[in-house]
Design a protein around this ligand. Sequence first.
Ligand code: SF4
Ligand code: SF4
Length: 226
Amino acid sequence: MAHEHATDVRGIMTGETAQDRRANERKLNFWERTYLVEIFKGMVNTFKMIFRPSTTIDYVGANSTPEQRHIPAVGYRGEHYLKVDDGGNIKCVACFMCSTACPAECIIIEGEPTTIEDFGAQRFKKPQSFEIDMLKCIYCGMCVEACPKDAIAMTTTYNQVGVKRGDFIFDMARLVKNNDEFMGSLNLSRSGKDANGSYPLSPGGCGPDVTHGVTDFRKGVRQDGA
Ligand code: SF4
Ligand code: SF4
């Protein structure tokens, strides 16, 4: 057998052959062979531990203290969210830039045409469905970088829990819900606006969507070929 030809490193170091070791091995007595004594000792140990204070952390439970909680750093890349504008419209224009940039190929978008009346200004497409498979996502943030409309970003939510694979397929409703919860946790309006009317999460100044946030932007004019 292959293992008989394996190098006996211990034998080389001690000068002892495998046969010697087997011969010198201490034989277990009857009680040791039943393991009952050892099981009993283990149970006594377990019973003693029950009455000791817990050394584990209550994670994000109600009893955990702020020092025990993981506070994500600024820029932490957690679950995604899809942004909405001041009118409550999803900002995504279904351009597929994020799904094209995604190295994990976990963003699936289906776009649909919009009418001018939808947004009060010209806009050609919006997503009919937008899904991210969070089990494939590697949280690299490339989708956020690629988006030309400041429509997708990442929350600091890291504790994802689910009981089936489908729980980790985030659809548009879930991604907008993430937006609402994240903005609410930061005391911002749904569109990310603060009390001063600025958009702190969009430092580049692209908070309100430039296509349908400005009412006179190419209003009523559909470009040739669109
Ligand atoms: S964070 Fe990276 S892997 Fe995840 S959806 Fe965005 S681009 Fe894809
Ligand atoms: S999230 Fe941004 S990059 Fe992705 S399809 Fe929508 S507008 Fe394009």
